[in-house]
Design a protein around this ligand. Structure first.
Ligand code: KIV
Length: 266
């Protein structure tokens, strides 16, 4: 567990880069898991639109709606006592103009206890990021592989366009983003981007030189059977634990050993 229990704020996160302290970030989508992740001392909890794939069982993140994200963010925001909770803006909640994006992101801050939003996009989204920041809404940007562009990209491949990645990073920093997620970027290129900007980079499949790391919680816990991603390290096999527990319960009910005396009222 982290020794520093003070609340993680946006300025504190930026200061962590200057101090050379690694930033830890994980996704969560409900109250109990967010509480556990928070108690574990993780700095940032992301209510990711990955909920479309790992919670809703869909193939992409595209069907996730703003109302669904807010529903999950409301639970996570109440659970996190220390972590900074960041909420993913789903497709296309920030593509219909700056004012529409502000209206949508403001809903997140007004209807949940979360304190920042994340949007997929680089230089092309700079105007929207600037609008949100001007309205007082902290923005984490997300470049490299952008899952909301899956149909345009044609897959989840590694992103190697050096000029574009550097231009995007500089543009979102200039627009006022407080951090940048780099997804599926070669390690050396991610290191170059990290050195080129003052705001922290948080990598997923972007090597060890980013200022922080993020993973999807369900991948780390072994709750995504059949989803084998090179950048993931499995820290638990909860899929097997849950399946075994459910099977043992089923057996006990069938053979009449549950409920026992301890679980029965006299
Ligand atoms: O939606 C999500 O979980 C994300 C992370 C993979 C960074 O965007």
């Amino acid at each position: 567990m982290s020794s520093d229990r003070s609340t993680v704020t946006v300025p504190k996160l930026v200061a962590m880069k200057a101090a050379g302290e690694k930033i830890t970030m994980l996704t969560a989508y409900d109250f109990p898991t967010a509480q556990l992740v928070d108690e574990a001392g993780i700095d940032v909890i992301l209510v990711g639109d990955s909920l479309g794939t790992v919670v809703q069982g869909r193939h992409t993140t595209l069907p996730v709606t703003l109302d669904q994200v807010i529903y999950h963010a409301e639970m996570v925001g109440r659970a996190a006592a220390r972590a900074l909770v960041v909420v993913d803006m789903p497709f296309p909640s920030f593509h219909l103009g700056k004012y529409n994006a502000i209206e949508n992101a403001a809903r997140v801050l007004k209807e949940t206890l979360c304190r920042a939003v994340k949007i997929e996009g680089g230089a092309a989204q700079a105007e929207v990021i600037e609008g949100l920041v001007t309205a007082g809404i902290p923005v984490m940007s997300h470049t490299g592989l952008r899952p909301q562009r899956i149909h345009q990209l044609g897959g989840h491949g590694v992103q190697r366009d050096r000029e574009q990645l550097l231009a995007d990073a500089r543009a979102v920093e200039q627009a006022g983003a407080f951090a940048l997620v780099l997804e599926c970027v070669p390690a050396e290129l991610a290191a170059e981007v990290t050195a080129a900007i003052r705001i922290p980079t948080i990598g997923i499949g972007a090597g060890p030189h980013c200022d922080g790391q993020v993973l999807v919680l369900h991948d780390l816990l072994g709750l995504t059977p059949g989803r084998v991603l090179r950048h993931v390290r499995r820290y638990a096999d909860l899929g097997t634990t849950i399946r075994d527990a459910a099977a043992r319960y089923g057996e006990d009910v069938r053979k009449g050993s549950f409920p026992g005396e301890e679980q029965s009222f006299q």
